[in-house]
Design a protein around this ligand. Structure first.
Ligand SMILES: [Zn+2]
Length: 193
């Protein structure tokens, strides 16, 4: 059961939006009781199906912590007081979604690779490079870092769509591809004759 003390803030009220737009402060003691409880709630959310990451600000707690669950065979991982220390010049744009912006998806330009300095749950300094062929992990880090700075992806995107629009665009593109393949097959047949 999800800890009822914590609720995911969504962008449908002015009050929630104001909280989501507030930059978070550094964590002084990762062992403090309120921080430990917070991370427990974040872990539950982050390890639910179809969730890649969550930032503390999404639960209304303005502290610099996010969690990622990219490798589903392992527990989610915490990043405390994270800082992006390097980003690739190569960028890409792919739709992203957010638990705080339900039912929508939008394109944001992100660096393909990022390097992150952070502290683990025991306060040890760590370093990790997010570099995978799709750029998904680097995208997730930049999305969560934005949350800690009070930025939502819809603040950065000039192309935000509803889930229905995204689905429609996907099927239209697929139908167009199929039509082109059919036309090509007909042309090939005529040429063969
Ligand atoms: Zn988000």
């Amino acid at each position: 059961m999800r800890n009822s003390q914590f609720k995911i803030l969504t962008n449908d009220t002015e009050e929630n939006l104001a909280t989501l737009h507030r930059p978070a402060k550094r964590v002084k003691n990762p062992h403090a009781t309120d921080i430990v409880f917070l991370m427990q709630a974040m872990k539950e959310i982050c390890e639910s199906p179809n969730v890649a990451g969550i930032a503390a600000t999404q639960l209304g707690k303005p502290v610099r912590i996010f969690a990622l669950h990219l490798d589903k065979s392992k527990p989610c991982k915490f990043y405390i007081n994270p800082k992006i220390v390097a980003s690739s010049e190569e960028t890409f744009e792919e739709p992203e979604g957010c638990l705080s912006v339900p039912g929508q998806s939008g394109y944001v330009e992100r660096a393909k690779v990022v390097a992150l300095k952070f502290e683990d749950r025991n306060g040890n300094q760590k370093f990790e490079v997010f570099n995978d062929p799709t750029g998904f992990s680097a995208k997730a880090v930049q999305h969560e870092m934005d949350h800690l700075d009070g930025v939502l992806y819809i603040d950065r995107s000039d192309r935000v769509f509803s889930e229905e629009e995204m689905e429609k665009a996907f099927y239209e593109a697929k139908a167009k591809e199929e039509k082109a393949a059919q036309d090509q097959a007909i042309t090939d047949e005529i040429l063969e004759d």
